[in-house]
Write a protein that binds this ligand. Structure first.
Ligand SMILES: NC(=O)c1ccc[n+]([C@@H]2O[C@H](COP(=O)([O-])OP(=O)(O)OC[C@H]3O[C@@H](n4cnc5c(N)ncnc54)[C@H](OP(=O)(O)O)[C@@H]3O)[C@@H](O)[C@H]2O)c1
Length: 405
């Protein structure tokens, strides 16, 4: 970190740099050339975007998980950034997540694909900026153990968890209950279908589901926001991050997405973090922490913001929230099974193979079908993830795909 004239650049690996969080991270980094240097950028198959990012940010390494895409990237970089070393596959991701040149690792790959490199960053004692909530949902106990054993610093990027982190006392790791926390309140926008008649949900399209009222995000998390599986995953994420049981975490609908979450203390005080819905705020908070650095985000105009609403979530409208709570209570590998079934179902919905309500049906079936095991090793988690993907895929095929919308 830069300190009074003797600037030392911190190296950062951005896993998933071509996505929504990846692009916002690069936007913040570009504002601080005196603090950060880019060690590695990664993507799955977005060759042109990654090539442009390499031209602009000159990382030492670029990784494409798709090997053909890696070959194409190598060709493109010959003219625009010939010094960048191109790696391929999951091995490449793991390598750049753990390499000594990277002080910070932004874990912004979507879904289970981000687990291995995020875990590697924790095992190598990095400052891990965690956007990839699925990694923690799948492997919570192992992931947190890796953080503790290797003195990694785990900072949440999800705006809700980042808000909670900002509202907790500095020594919260000694236990939030002893530090006087009564409960935490996770806010949720309710997504684009919060007021749609329930009987219309069967016919909503992927485009409508991805049209989030407040946030511009990747397609998978946008659908998760519409079903509120996102909040379910976040509930589990919060449990691991802040070592809290489910009874101490409450979900509150807040359609304006201006209060990003709250901590309630024993004396009745509630601390909230507020701001415009702009992911550069939590990203810059975690990049600069404990310093506050420029993010590029506008401050919130309270006068223009008007009324703020808070409501209880409707479980009939959002069955995925209840399914996530159930998986969290089951424990062990149940959250990994839930997550895998959700990934399969969301992909099928985005591919117009199943209806929107069938996402929850697929997850419910998969959770009922798959045996839950102790979360005793990474192998067990990955086995149960694979088992759940098979069960979810079979359910989708056996129950008949719906007509495309
Ligand atoms: N977007 C938000 O505002 C937001 C807020 C809070 C938390 N998050 C979390 O942050 C994570 C990323 O979300 P996002 O919205 O930024 O997603 P996104 O826009 O879809 O971007 C995903 C990134 O991951 C890469 N990727 C996808 N599948 C991969 C695979 N199998 N192997 C390796 N890389 C892969 C993509 O590469 P390609 O471009 O090549 O496909 C892209 O760089 C998610 O876990 C999400 O829940 C997002």
């Amino acid at each position: 970190m830069s300190a009074q004239g003797t600037a030392t650049l911190s190296g950062i690996t951005i896993l998933g740099s071509t996505g929504s969080i990846g692009a916002s991270t690069l936007d913040v980094i570009a504002r601080h050339p005196d603090r950060f240097t880019v060690t590695a950028l990664t993507a799955r198959s977005s060759v042109d975007v990654l090539a442009e990012q390499c031209r602009q940010f000159h990382p030492q390494y670029a990784v494409m998980t798709d090997p053909d895409a890696a070959t194409r990237l190598q060709q493109l970089l010959k003219t625009v950034a010939p010094d960048v070393q191109v790696l391929a596959g999951t091995d490449g991701l793991i390598e750049v997540a753990g390499m000594p040149e990277a002080d910070l690792v932004m874990a912004a790959i979507v879904g289970a694909a981000g687990l291995l490199p995020a875990l590697e960053a924790a095992r190598k004692g990095k400052r891990v900026l965690l956007a990839n909530k699925e990694a923690l949902v799948m492997s919570g106990a192992l992931f947190m153990q890796a953080v503790r054993d290797n003195d990694a610093v785990l900072l949440p990027i999800d705006s809700e968890h980042n808000a909670i982190f900002q509202c907790l006392p500095d020594d919260y790791k000694a236990g939030v209950t002893p530090r006087g926390v009564r409960q935490i309140l996770l806010t949720a926008s309710g997504g684009p279908f919060r007021t749609l008649a329930l009987d219309k949900l069967e016919n909503v399209t992927p485009e409508q589901a991805c049209d989030h009222p407040n946030w511009k995000m990747g397609r998978k998390i946008s659908v998760d926001s519409a079903t509120m599986m996102n909040k379910g995953l976040e509930l589990i994420e919060a449990g691991w991050l802040f070592d809290l049981p489910i009874g101490k975490i409450k979900v509150v609908l807040h359609p304006q997405s201006l209060v990003h979450s709250l901590v309630e203390y024993n004396d009745g005080s509630m601390l909230a973090q507020m701001g415009n819905p702009d992911m550069r705020v939590p990203i810059s908070h975690a990049l600069g922490w404990p310093d506050r650095i420029e993010s590029g985000a506008e401050g919130l105009d309270l006068m223009a913001a008007g009324k703020l609403q808070f409501e209880a979530p409707d479980h009939e409208r959002y069955p995925c929230l209840g399914l996530a709570m159930h998986a969290w209570q089951l424990g062990g590998t149940a959250p990994a099974i839930l997550n895998a079934a959700n990934e399969v179902a969301v992909e099928s919905f985005l591919g117009r193979e199943i209806s929107f309500p069938s996402i929850a049906r697929t997850i419910e079936h998969t959770l009922a079908q798959c045996a839950v095991h102790e979360m005793d090793s990474l192998e067990t988690i990955l086995d149960d993830d694979a088992m759940a993907r098979t069960a979810a895929t079979e359910f989708i095929h056996s129950s008949g795909k719906v007509a495309a919308r």
